[in-house]
Design a protein around this ligand. Structure first.
Ligand code: ATP
Ligand code: MG
Length: 164
């Protein structure tokens, strides 16, 4: 597990851009954490770093469930499962199938559907009790997809890291 501290939206964008540099087709990233934790903010920074065109405006897919951005280095599916009622509905979105075709998915509230989503990098964002601009971010993995990238990931986020 990697533990980080972000002190601003800008830093969260920078952390996201480090992740975007390491991400590969077939990666699924779960974003967990409460409302306003910064899941969409992370996605905005990630998409930008992936090279998604500014014209493909990245916004919260709360009502449409999935937004797809195709102008970056890898096709990006951005999902928000907050409004989904059942695991069957999550399966019907076909996120895993899309990812396996060579895309990347960022899934807000994906922690409620880990058994459907399968292997994933999990980013958990938590607010700070005292400072509105601080977020505590932990990174963990399900599966082996990051085994060969884990040390590089740890090194590239070192400037934000805190003791676990
Ligand atoms: N360090 C930080 N990292 C990320 N966002 C921050 C940070 N500090 C303050 N913020 C603010 O917190 C808010 C995060 O909102 P965002 O929509 O990204 O949350 P969310 O986790 O996607 O919420 P929801 O579950 O409602 O979709 C933004 O208004 C952002 O400006
Ligand atoms: Mg959001």
């Amino acid at each position: 597990m990697i533990s980080l501290k972000s002190c601003s939206v800008q830093e969260t964008h920078e952390i996201a851009s480090v992740l975007a540099a390491l991400v590969r087709p077939r990666d699924l990233v779960v974003l967990s954490g409460g409302m306003g934790a910064g899941k969409t903010a992370f996605t905005v920074g990630f998409a930008q770093a992936l090279g998604v065109d500014e014209e493909e405006h990245v916004s919260s897919p709360t009502f449409t469930l999935v937004h797809t951005y195709s102008s970056g280095r890898i096709p990006l599916h951005h999902a928000d499962l907050y409004r989904l009622g059942s695991l069957g509905e999550v399966a019907d979105l076909g996120l895993r199938e899309q990812v396996d075709l060579g895309a990347v998915a960022l899934v807000e509230w994906g922690d409620v559907a880990l058994e459907v989503l399968g292997d994933a990098l999990i980013l958990d964002l938590r607010n700070d009790d005292n400072d509105d601009d601080v977020r505590h971010i932990t990174i963990s993995v399900i599966g082996h997809g990051w085994d060969t990238r884990w040390d590089r990931l740890r090194d590239s986020v070192r400037r934000w890291s805190v003791a676990a």
